[in-house]
Design a protein around this ligand. Structure first.
Ligand code: BF8
Ligand code: SF4
Length: 634
């Protein structure tokens, strides 16, 4: 089985019939994958290499410079964290530059949309709003953001202000609070150069520090996106390929940053007439990956597909354009698009693909650029008119938009004075056993969505409250798990009662969805904010809460960075794909147990989703017991 998504499977059949190569075909062509790489015991950090460590005692046990398996594995892992941190914080920096340009009057298309969030963030960061208008305050916030990137004297203020005091103390004690995002990434590159840090444990501590820098970048990314484009509120939409229509101009936005896609959403509405003049019924915008999550959360734009299946909607013949920014965009899109007339449009100077059309996003002319891009989609529609399309008739309802602000607002209908109390009371009485955040990607090594679906079913019936972000949220959206109906079907009695009480207090006439969509991958910090609020209210640190993160189908360096900051935040983190560390028993043991004594969090590696759900539930029970709460058997 390649996927649990029936739309994906239908399109894979089309790919087979039409002899179009997919991600899965290329995966098979790679098999067997390199065993040294899988174990993490190869190194290309200098040109004396590549070097590799033999799994057999009579083979080489050191690289040419003398690096051991432990050193190689640790170096490889922390470089991945640096890569992830660079991506997340690059995204955040881009948003900061956009806001900065608006402050300077150079980007009129990007006014602050959410002044309340701007003021709340300023207050949190100790920036006085008094007497400042929006532009002046935005200038101060941008200045504070930029100060987080360079090397400062103090630990990162945006990390310190958003974690529990206990966490900051624990990280400070280990000496791993970073003093700059960019400087932290640069330091990891330095430390992993040949002949610098060879101590695996020291490297891992450096990796934790860089992961905290990643967290900071993610948090800034979410804060600034909310300031510029609005904080999400619950919104209903549909998901999966069946949302496209044959006689519409179908345009997908793909990548991560809402800077361009949010403007495209705005402008597409104004261009309906142009589309109709071209013979279309209108324009249907759809999302792929995390850009898709951003525009789903804020505008209800339907998500089309995610991660490994991103090529497949092109083969419907109905997708007129894919507009991409950066991250997780497969270069193979261009090859597939060539066969179907789909326009692939890159928009960032630092993220081009050979064969794609490049239209550079210039913030000062964002609306013009958005129009140009949409016009290419309309042209492609005209060119394909009359050609047959094969749109799988698969779509599901999705309710998304669960920012922390939205969750607190919903809870305040139950208790206006103390909105978190209903959640805490229900955790204490066991109606909610704990909370699991599903994060991360799809990975071709796992039948697409299978680990997400199995684990959600298993945990929901045991009354675990489920949150999701990234392509994980995408899986649940496409598969109908973000609906009240899924709650009725899968939730245990306690969980169902709580979700129903909240739903009814908010006039929904039924429960909240089974899995709450908290946004894109940078938005994992929303889940941290929620956990921090609960921890502070209970007067305990995060490493005591019955909260677990799970990345059952992760693939990217960004996911590695997030997983590392989640364990550093004190959470058990499940991984459903084996990371390339097993070549070092030392590194493996530090990550799965040693780090627990230092920070409370640790990795649980389990590829079987049923066993993974059991282990995650056991971790929740261990935490409940630690808090003196009633426990429950599997
Ligand atoms: O940042 S979940 S495949 S799209 S890395 Fe990429 Fe993974 Fe999807 Fe979003 Ni996150
Ligand atoms: Fe080999 Fe050392 Fe060079 Fe790596 S850094 S390639 S282990 S010599």
């Amino acid at each position: 089985m390649r996927s649990r998504d029936s739309a994906v499977n239908q399109m894979l059949e089309v790919a087979r019939q039409e002899a179009i190569e997919t991600t899965w075909d290329r995966f098979e062509a790679q098999l067997p994958q390199c065993g040294f790489g899988e174990l993490g015991v190869c190194c290309r950090h200098c040109v004396m290499g590549p070097c590799r460590i033999s799994p057999f005692e009579d083979g080489p046990q050191r690289g040419i410079c003398g690096a051991t398996a432990d050193t190689m594995v640790a170096r490889g892992l922390v470089r991945a964290i640096a890569g992830g941190a660079a991506a997340h914080s690059g995204h955040a920096k881009h948003l900061a530059h956009t806001l900065h340009k608006w402050v300077k009057g150079e980007a009129p298309d990007y006014p602050v949309k959410n002044e309340a969030k701007l003021r709340a963030v300023a207050t949190r960061q100790g920036i006085s709003s008094e007497g400042l208008d929006v532009r002046e305050l935005a200038a101060k916030v941008v200045e504070s953001v930029f100060s987080q990137f360079a090397e400062g004297e103090e630990p990162l203020a945006w990390a310190g202000a958003t974690m529990t005091a206990g966490r900051v103390e624990a990280l400070a004690k280990l000496g791993v609070l970073p003093v700059g995002i960019d400087s932290s990434i640069a330091e990891m590159m330095h430390r992993t150069h040949i002949g610098v840090d060879a101590d695996p444990v020291n490297l891992l501590l450096g990796g934790i520090s860089c992961a905290i820098a990643d967290y900071t970048g993610c948090h800034i990314g979410t804060d600034l996106a909310d300031i510029l484009f609005g904080t999400p509120v619950p919104i209903q939409s549909e998901a999966n390929m069946g949302v496209m229509k044959e006689n519409s101009v179908n345009i997908a936005v793909h990548g991560h940053n809402p800077v361009l896609s949010d403007v495209i959403v705005r402008i597409a509405k104004e261009m309906e007439d142009e589309a109709r003049a071209a013979g279309a019924d209108g324009i249907i915008l759809v999302g792929i990956c995390c850009t898709g999550n951003e525009v789903l959360m804020r505008h209800g734009i339907p998500p089309l597909t995610h991660g490994v299946s991103q090529e497949l909607p092109i083969m419907t013949g109905a997708l007129d354009a894919i507009v991409v920014d950066y991250q997780c965009v497969f270069p193979s899109l261009v090859e597939v698009a060539r066969c179907y007339g789909t326009r692939v449009i890159t928009t960032m100077g630092m993220a081009k693909i050979p064969g794609a059309t490049h239209i550079e996003l210039v913030e000062g002319e964002a609306v013009e650029k958005a129009k140009e891009i949409i016009r290419l989609g309309i042209e492609a529609f005209k060119a394909r008119k009359g050609r047959p399309v094969k749109i799988p008739q698969v779509k599901n309802k999705v309710v998304s938009g669960f920012s922390v602000e939205a969750i607190v607002a919903a809870l305040s209908k139950l208790n206006g004075e103390d909105p978190l109390k209903p959640v805490i009371d229900n955790i204490v009485n066991g109606n909610i056993q704990g909370v699991v955040l599903f994060a991360g990607c799809n990975n071709v090594k796992v039948p697409q969505d299978n680990n997400y679906l199995v684990m959600a079913e298993e945990l929901a019936k045991r009354n675990v409250l489920l949150l999701a972000t990234g392509c994980g949220a995408g899986a649940y959206a496409r598969q109908g798990f973000m609906t009240p109906e899924a709650t009725e079907k899968y939730a245990g009695e306690g969980l169902k009662a709580v979700l129903t009480a909240i739903g009814e207090a908010n006039g929904l006439g039924g429960p909240l969805p089974l899995v709450l969509h908290m946004g894109s991958c940078v938005d994992n910090t929303r889940a941290v904010d929620l956990a921090v609020a609960i921890a502070n209210k209970l007067g305990v640190d995060l490493d005591k809460l019955p909260v677990v993160a799970s990345a059952p189908e992760y693939k990217t360096e960004k996911a590695v960075a997030i997983g590392t900051w989640a364990i550093s935040a004190g959470l058990p983190v499940h991984l459903g794909v084996i990371p390339p560390v097993l070549g070092s028993p030392l590194v493996t043991s530090v990550l799965t147990s040693g780090v627990k004594d230092l920070l409370g969090g640790y990795f649980i590696v389990e590829t079987d989703p049923y066993k993974a759900a059991e282990k995650v539930f056991a971790a929740i029970q261990e935490r409940r017991a630690g808090l003196g709460l009633g426990t429950s058997q599997w």
